[in-house]
Design a protein around this ligand. Sequence first.
Ligand code: ZN
Length: 243
Amino acid sequence: MRVVLISDIHSNAVALDAVLAALPPYDELWCLGDTIGYGPEPNRCLATIRERAIHALTGNHDLACLGAVSLADFNALARAANEWNNRQLDPDLRAFLEGLPARLTVPPAATLARASPRDPVWEYILDPATARANLRYFETPLCFVGHSHVPTIFRMASDDAWDFRRAQPDEVVELDPNARYVINPGSVGQPRDGDPRAAYAIWDTEACTIQFKRVAYDVSATQQQMRAAGLPDLLAERLAFGR
Ligand code: ZN
């Protein structure tokens, strides 16, 4: 089975369209959360995920847009964008988002945790110590996370040797069946690793590989939508830099 992994779309439907158009044949699409917040098209992104994703998670920005966590936990720009996103939501799409979990297990091989298995809504996994500390909070060989917006792979071998690093575009990683992994496919709608292209990954369960992918999209189109909506200009500008 080929599983497409996407995360952190953040209401950037132009980027999401580019990813979907670039996909090779696949079996399932899984979304690791933060489908909305920051960007200009929350309803179109949610409708697409509802239609296409077999599994989908909720994230801290999703919850903030729903009013389910305090907006005080966000900086002023993110807060303004979350409030704007909240006002746009169609009632049926709001109900869909409210029904999503922050973590789930897909037996036998995968755990999906929005941020980390230990703290599914808030914890960033950006260093090996945090990744290692999370290993005892899930049972499966693989754990897929989002939240940091940086494509990363953490590998813990059976002899406790480990490797934690950023994944490179188009890199294909062969998965060691005796190791455990924490894998972040990166962000579709607001990459933060210096590469503005939309990020995603494909897990091939038969070949035992993860492929990290990037696809260019029309950043200026999303920026124009954001400015027309009155969203904070800095949030539009950062898309061009992948920061
Ligand atoms: Zn995010």
